[in-house]
Design a protein around this ligand. Structure first.
Ligand code: UQ1
Length: 440
């Protein structure tokens, strides 16, 4: 259990060397195993660490760094610094749990075991899967080479490796096509592909360069946004600001040297079009990790952990729950959704442990602060039925500076100080208070 020792060294280094002493094929056992120390995994581990002790609670997570990914859009726009998105995983993992800095490679659900990349085996009574979804840049031919070439004009906010090149690309943009894509797969934060488009458009206006640039949003989806109230507002913005939106249009190839992007029409796949660009912002296809998607016991046909969308409990293995982006629950994949799921999973897991009926249900709450420029934002909030579920007692389908400041300055504080400590279950309580005496 204590085979690995962690070197605490100066926080001035951005990448810390990590020393690990390995005893081969060690077996660990615990009551609850949380696989994945991202947003959902850490929030839930923090809650569990208050009721379990160090020997009963294992967190399995290989990363040194933890990123607050919702700020990546603002890093892309030159509004926030990369350092403000990152903390050491070590500083976030609750003290009252055992952190194994390793990765799950094989889940054996019938034996209640997980095998790790370093060759260990973990036996659990209860399993929480919180492994997220990952960008798959390699699935689009020519994309990775283009992203690595700073002259190509190709950029992406979806990876800590590439996000810092987005603003330099924006700054060099003077004329031609600026194209923004949305892939033909589920994505995390489905609003972000258009947020960076609006920010770029606003930047061009502020710099007096807007008239020379043709701004294009090419999305694989049939709609601009899934919730009608916000879609109506966004279509209006695109029209007013001369942003050309093409639906059912999917990026299939990038040539960074020639600065050309190939798109397919998803309704007529034989129909391809090649567009020249000066800037190409790519949102890559995404999927769950290989260890998850390849495990048929664990997942549905799409490769997501197959849970009941209300209780978040696995449909075949009652001792398993999922939280966050890896789950099959058909909500929009956002940190806000993970927050709303945290207490549901926590209370339902406690009930399973006591052989009791599951007490809580998740309504599909997700939230997306749709940043539409350097000082404005539409705060979309909705449920499984795609009905608005708004926190504030004013119209949220309107662009507001207050909502921009909430996104930029307030929610990060909530995230680091409350959610990472297991103390934020989303704004439901706040919403009820705000709406006392009003409608829903
Ligand atoms: C939220 O709870 C959350 O999770 C921490 C986000 O993720 C980054 C959000 O963007 C939003 C909007 C919420 C909801 C919070 C409030 C105060 C409406």
């Amino acid at each position: 259990m204590f085979a690995r020792c962690y070197n605490k060294i100066s926080h001035l280094n951005s990448i810390r060397p990590f020393s690990s002493t390995k005893i081969l094929n060690e077996t660990h056992s615990c009551k609850v195993l949380v696989v994945g120390g991202g947003t959902g995994g850490l929030a839930l581990t923090a809650k569990l660490s208050r009721t379990l002790n160090k020997s009963n609670l294992i967190l399995l997570e290989p990363s040194n760094d933890h990123y607050y990914q919702p700020l990546f859009t603002l890093v892309g726009g030159g509004i926030e610094k990369m350092k403000d998105t990152r903390k050491y995983e070590e500083d976030l993992v609750p003290k009252n749990c055992t952190w194994l800095k390793d990765k799950a490679v094989d889940f054996n659900l019938k034996k209640n075991t997980v095998n790790t990349a370093l060759g260990d085996k973990i036996e659990y009574d209860y399993l929480i899967v919180a492994t997220g979804i990952i960008p798959r840049y390699e699935l689009i031919p020519g994309l990775v080479e283009s992203l690595k070439n700073p002259e190509s004009g190709v950029c992406s906010i979806y990876s800590p490796n590439y996000v810092e090149n987005v603003f330099p690309v924006m700054q060099k943009l003077n004329s031609g096509n600026a194209i923004f894509t949305f892939p033909n797969s589920p994505v995390k934060c489905p609003g972000a592909p258009q947020k960076i488009c609006y920010i770029t458009e606003d930047y061009l206006r502020k710099e007096g360069k807007r008239t020379n640039v043709n701004v294009i949003y090419n999305t694989s989806l049939p709609v601009i946004f899934g919730v009608k109230r916000y879609a109506d507002a966004l279509w209006k913005i695109c029209k007013e600001r001369d942003i050309n939106v093409n639906t059912r249009t999917n990026l299939v190839r990038v040539n960074g040297e020639k600065k050309e992007a190939t798109f397919e029409n998803l309704d007529k796949p034989e129909e391809k079009s090649i567009l020249p660009f000066s800037m190409l912002h790519v949102v890559p296809p995404m999927s769950t990790t290989e260890a998850i998607s390849s495990n048929k016991d664990l997942t549905n046909a799409a490769g997501f952990v197959e849970v009941d969308k209300s209780t978040m409990q696995h449909v075949r293995f009652p001792n398993i729950f999922a939280i966050g982006d890896c789950s099959s629950s058909p909500n929009s994949k956002t940190a806000a959704a993970a927050a709303a799921q945290t207490n549901v999973v926590f209370e339902n897991l406690k009930a399973v442990m006591k052989n009791q009926k599951l007490p809580l249900t998740y309504d599909g709450y997700a939230s997306c602060p749709l940043v539409t420029g350097y000082d404005k934002c539409i705060l979309a909030e909705f449920d499984y039925e795609l009905n608005p579920l708004e926190t504030f007692p004013f119209r949220q389908d309107v662009e507001r500076t207050s909502m921009f400041l909430l996104k930029k300055d307030v929610i990060p504080v909530i995230y680091w100080n409350l959610m990472m400590k297991g103390l934020w279950n989303g704004p439901a309580l706040f919403r009820k208070i705000m709406h006392l005496g009003l409608h829903k």
